[in-house]
Write a new protein. Structure first.
Length: 313
């Protein structure tokens, strides 16, 4: 081997190596296709008839209750008959088959039960004979007319025309049509229809291609496709879903509004007099006589609101 031959030999070896690797890749790809190794896109599943959503945890004001209701989404072909809640605290059922439930703070197990039916529409097609409006009144349509009862030997002729067309059923007859030999005829009938067009002096049974402008709508019996949809409903179906639910109440506030008689709640018993900006504590000399305008949980809360303590309690 000479030095000049070395590059060609190396190039040939590199080419063979590339072809070998390419063939291996093709074999691997073919094997994957034959034995199910290829990844295919998943087939989208149909949406469920009813989907029960999770009821979110609630946070309410101090002393308040949270109202919960079923959270349900139904498909277009689904009719929800009822949706009810059953609520348990531990093993004790505190509400059963309720449309809504008011809950104080605590932890609960909530079960949503939905009863529903599924609609199924079945559409059929059939061919029926129907009179279809094909030529509206006063719209021109081509007709073929046959001359009958031709009268007159010299000068103008008089005859009847029985006209039929491809776009309507029946025969349109014009009586006593006058043909003066000018090459054009026209005539009216008693219902406002008009016939016109080129014509020669007619003999019995002569045929003319004319234009008809009917004075009323013309119809034709045709076979048309009629669709009929029949709707049926499934039997009653039921689905349910359970979840845990937590209701939290916000911390007890430092102040409250008095009731209609000016009395404070037990958890905020300190009475604040807005005119004097003096607060009175339970057991004080003027406590019972004071009509509260604000109520406070602690003396510190009253002082923070700008009140001072009563010297007499």
């Amino acid at each position: 081997m000479t030095f000049a031959e070395t590059p060609r030999s190396l190039e040939s070896g590199a080419t063979m190596g590339f072809m070998f690797r390419r063939n291996l890749a093709l074999v691997a790809l073919l094997g994957a296709a034959l034995f199910g190794g290829l990844v295919t896109a998943p087939v989208a599943s149909a949406a469920p008839a009813v989907s029960i959503k999770k009821i979110s945890n609630k946070k309410v004001a101090y002393g308040a209750r949270a109202t919960i209701k079923p959270s349900v989404r139904a498909a277009r072909t689904t009719k929800v008959v009822s949706k009810r809640l059953t609520v348990k605290v531990g093993k004790k059922t505190i509400a059963k088959n309720r449309a809504s439930v008011r809950l104080k703070s605590g932890k609960y197990k909530v079960t949503t039960t939905v009863r529903f039916r599924i609609r199924k529409d079945r559409t059929t097609q059939s061919k029926v004979a129907k009179n279809v409006l094909t030529v509206p009144a006063y719209h021109d349509t081509p007709v073929t007319c046959v001359a009958n009862n031709v009268r007159g030997e010299f000068g103008p002729l008089t005859y009847d025309l029985a006209c039929t067309g491809a776009l309507f059923d029946g025969t349109h007859t014009f009586y006593d049509v006058t043909d003066d030999g000018s090459g054009t005829i026209w005539a009216w009938d008693s219902r406002g229809s008009y016939i016109s067009g080129p014509a020669t002096m007619a003999s019995e049974g002569a045929r003319f291609s004319l234009t008809l402008s009917p004075g009323y709508d013309l119809y034709q019996l045709r076979m048309v496709t009629v669709k009929k949809t029949v709707t049926t409903w499934s039997g009653m179906k039921t689905t349910k879903k359970s979840q845990s639910l937590t209701v939290k109440q916000r911390p007890r506030p430092n102040r409250a509004d008095p009731d209609a008689w000016g009395e404070c709640p037990s958890w905020a018993p300190i009475k604040g007099n807005g005119d004097s900006m003096i607060y009175h504590v339970p057991g004080g000399r003027y406590y019972e006589a004071t009509i509260a305008e604000e109520c406070f949980r602690t003396e510190g809360a009253a002082r923070a609101a700008g009140y001072r303590a009563s010297r007499n309690g």
